[in-house]
Design a protein around this ligand. Structure first.
Ligand code: HEM
Length: 368
C-alpha cells in the first residue's frame, strides 16, 4: 500500500473569487423568479425541427393573440358594421392591413404546424403509454384550432364568411337539440355573428390556452418521448440510451429561432399574398369555396349533401380519439408498425385527394 502525502499548507489562505455584479444581479432575480429551474436536461433529439413543431405551434398561438388583440380594437362584430370595419382596418388603420395579414397567415401556419406535429407524434409512436391522455388533449386543441379558423372566416362577413355561417346554421339543424347554439334563434337579442365573435376572441383561445398549459405539464411529467431508434426503459418514460442532453432553455432558444424564421416567411406572404375581403354578402346564393383546410369536407358535401361535413368531421375525430386505445403495439419505430403506418397514410392521402377534388370538380349546390 502506498502512502499519500498531502502538499504543505499554504501560508496565505486563497481569497474567494469575486463574482461580477451582473452574476449577483442575476442570482437576485433568479432567487425570486426561479428562471434557472428551466435548465433541466432534455435529450438532444428534442431539438430537431420535427420535435420542435409543437413549440412552433405554441409560438404561432402567441402571434395570433398579439395580432388579434390589435384587430379587436378596430373590428365591429355587428352584422351591419362587420364588413365595413374589416375594410377600414385594411385601408385606414396604420399598419392595419399588415397586422390583419399576419393574423391570417399565422392562423394558416398554426393549422399546418399542429397537423405536422400530429403526424410526427403518429410517426414516432409518441401517443403510446403513458402519453394517451396528452394525445387526447392534443386532439381537443386541434379541434379548437379548426373552430378558430372557421369562426375567423365568418367574422369578415363577406360572401365566403356568410356562406360558412349558413353551412354552420344548417349543420346545427341537422344536429337537432345538440345544435341549438348554432341557431340564430338561440339568443333573441344577440346576432349569431356576435356570439361567434365571442367564441373566436374569448371562448376558443381561453380553452386552447388552458389545454396547452395541461399539455405542457404532462410533457414535463412524462419527459419528451424517446427517439424510436434508441432503447427505452421499462416504463417508456425515458430513454435509457445514454443520449446526450441539453438544458431546456437551449430547446426554447431553438424553438424561438424556428418560430422567428417562420414569422419572417409569414411577413413576406402577407406582403405578396394579402388576405382578401369581399363585399357585403348576398343571402341565398352559394358561390364560394370554403377555406382550404375544409376542402376535403366540401367534396364529401358534394357527394353526400350537407351531412357529409358532419359525417366526415366526426369520422376523422373519432378515429383520432381511438388511436392510442386501438394501437396497443408497444413498438415505436415506423418499420415495426406496418398496420398503423398504412392506416395513417391512407387517411392522409384521402384528405389530400378529396381536397384536390374540391377545386377540380364543379361544385353542387348544398344549402337548403
Ligand atoms: C394545437 C396546438 C398544440 C400545441 C401548441 C402543442 C404543443 C406541444 C409541444 C410544445 C410538445 C413538445 C414536443 C414537440 O414540440 O414536438 C408537444 C408534445 C406532444 N403533443 Fe402536442 N401540441 C399541440 C397539438 C397536439 C396535437 C394535435 C396532438 C395529437 C393529436 C398532440 C399530441 C402531443 C403528444 C402525445 C405529445 C408528447 C410527445 C412526445 O413526448 O414526443 N399535440 N405538444
Amino acid at each position: 500500500m502506498t502512502e499519500t502525502t498531502s502538499p504543505p499548507a499554504s501560508p496565505v489562505a486563497p481569497t474567494p473569487r469575486r463574482r461580477g455584479w451582473y452574476r449577483r444581479a442575476w442570482d437576485v432575480v433568479d432567487d425570486r423568479l426561479g428562471i434557472s429551474a428551466l435548465r433541466y436536461p432534455v435529450p438532444e433529439h428534442a431539438n430537431n425541427v420535427a420535435w420542435s413543431l409543437g413549440g412552433i405551434t405554441a409560438a404561432m398561438f402567441v402571434v395570433l393573440i398579439v395580432t388579434g388583440i390589435i384587430l379587436v380594437q378596430f373590428y365591429n362584430p355587428t352584422p351591419e358594421g362587420a364588413n365595413a370595419s374589416v375594410r377600414d382596418i385594411e385601408q385606414n388603420i396604420w399598419l392595419g392591413s399588415f397586422i390583419r395579414g399576419v393574423h391570417f397567415w399565422a392562423a394558416q401556419a398554426m393549422y399546418v404546424t399542429a397537423a405536422l406535429h400530429l403526424l410526427r407524434i403518429v410517426f414516432t409512436g409518441s401517443y403510446k403509454k403513458p402519453r394517451e391522455g396528452n394525445w387526447l388533449l392534443g386532439v381537443a386543441m386541434f379541434g379548437l384550432v379548426i373552430l378558430a379558423l372557421f369562426t375567423g372566416t365568418v367574422l369578415k362577413w363577406d360572401q365566403e364568411g356568410y356562406e360558412a355561417l349558413s353551412h354552420n346554421v344548417e349543420i346545427g339543424q341537422l344536429l337537432g337539440g345538440a345544435g341549438v347554439w348554432f341557431s340564430p334563434d338561440f339568443a333573441q337579442n344577440v346576432p349569431i355573428l356576435v356570439r361567434l365573435y365571442g367564441a373566436h376572441v374569448v371562448i376558443i383561445p381561453v380553452l386552447i390556452f388552458g389545454l396547452l398549459v395541461w399539455h405542457a405539464l404532462l410533457i414535463k411529467r412524462h419527459r419528451i418521448s424517446p427517439h424510436p431508434s434508441l432503447p427505452t426503459d421499462a416504463s417508456g418514460t425515458q430513454a435509457a440510451s445514454g443520449e446526450p442532453t441539453e438544458p431546456f432553455t437551449y430547446h426554447l432558444r431553438r424553438v424561438s429561432v424556428f418560430a422567428l424564421v417562420l414569422l419572417g416567411v409569414l411577413g413576406i406572404l402577407t406582403v405578396l399574398l394579402p388576405p382578401v375581403v369581399g363585399p357585403e354578402p348576398v343571402a341565398g346564393v352559394e358561390v364560394t369555396l370554403p377555406p382550404w383546410p375544409f376542402w376535403w369536407m366540401f367534396t364529401l358535401e358534394d357527394w353526400i349533401g350537407l351531412s357529409g361535413i358532419l359525417y366526415g368531421g366526426a369520422a376523422l375525430f373519432i378515429l383520432l380519439i381511438l388511436v392510442p386505445f386501438v394501437d396497443r403495439n408497444a413498438r415505436r419505430h415506423w418499420r415495426s408498425r406496418p398496420v398503423a403506418m398504412t392506416i395513417a397514410a391512407v387517411v392522409f392521402v384521402a384528405i389530400v385527394v378529396l381536397s384536390i377534388l374540391a377545386v377540380v370538380l364543379p361544385a353542387a349546390k348544398h344549402l337548403m
